[in-house]
Design a protein around this ligand. Sequence first.
Ligand SMILES: NC(=O)C1=CN([C@@H]2O[C@H](COP(=O)(O)OP(=O)(O)OC[C@H]3O[C@@H](n4cnc5c(N)ncnc54)[C@H](OP(=O)(O)O)[C@@H]3O)[C@@H](O)[C@H]2O)C=CC1
Ligand SMILES: O=C(O)[C@@H]1CCC=N1
Length: 262
Amino acid sequence: MATIGVIGGGGWLAGALLHPALEDGVIRPQQLILSSRSGDVTGFEDWPDIATTTDNEALVARADIVVLCVRPHDLDEIDVDLADRLLVSVVAGVSAAELAERYGATRIVRAMPNACAEYRLSFTPWFATDGVTDDEADFIFRFFSASGQAHGINEEAQLDYFTALTGSGPAFPALFADAMIRHAIGAGLDPETADAAVRQLFLGAGVLMAQSETPPSDLVDIFLEYRGTTAAGLSAMIEADVASPIFRGLSAAREQAEEGLL
Ligand SMILES: NC(=O)C1=CN([C@@H]2O[C@H](COP(=O)(O)OP(=O)(O)OC[C@H]3O[C@@H](n4cnc5c(N)ncnc54)[C@H](OP(=O)(O)O)[C@@H]3O)[C@@H](O)[C@H]2O)C=CC1
Ligand SMILES: O=C(O)[C@@H]1CCC=N1
């Protein structure tokens, strides 16, 4: 039974990834050791057998697989030798080459989940360097599948694009939803109702788009051709070139991922 050490195991994303994996038995609590800087690791009270530490070297000494789950600017503090370990990094904007140089790892998986992992709804592209074995890749697939849809990719460069596109999780839809809520309040709805209405709208739209065979572009066309009130709204948004700021936002996030956050 391999031991899995998660550096940054008390953080937001670590919890979102680990809870589903523990619940599904992909990882057993006895296999897991979590490190944090402060010693503050909460959210794992249901699994008292999980070990915690503030000592990353001690974590590495016990672990076969090391998951790096700290913010990019905290990497400099982590001084460990991962030459004989499988290194799994979810850190945005740090390449496998850089991870190899910093930590001596030769078997590296980079993955880019998102915050929807907490609800098992992440889209998680992952990339493995040549040395990663089939058994390790199988574990990685099962681990990320517990918290969403795991999607293997062959080109590492794509990961920077996915960091912008899906790594952002709910953030970009939340911006759209917030604009709708603010408009609804401006139109006279009480804030609580506006909030409930728009959240339910995004849930319904999300489920429909995920489950319908009709792609989003066709949905837009269907409503345009319907020539109703929605067509009036869509036409005004298209006329205002609503795609343009979305493209700019995605490009800015991608450039930041390519440039790195170190
Ligand atoms: N959050 C998200 O939606 C996504 C995040 N990511 C990536 O995941 C990574 C983690 O992000 P996130 O979980 O949001 O960050 P958080 O700030 O929530 O968690 C980071 C954790 O790292 C710990 N940490 C920092 N320095 C050390 C250290 N030297 N040794 C051990 N632990 C340390 C912190 O511990 P302490 O609190 O004690 O200081 C904290 O628990 C980032 O690199 C990010 O790019 C990727 C996709 C989505
Ligand atoms: O915003 C961020 O930097 C993190 C990493 C990718 C998505 N969220």
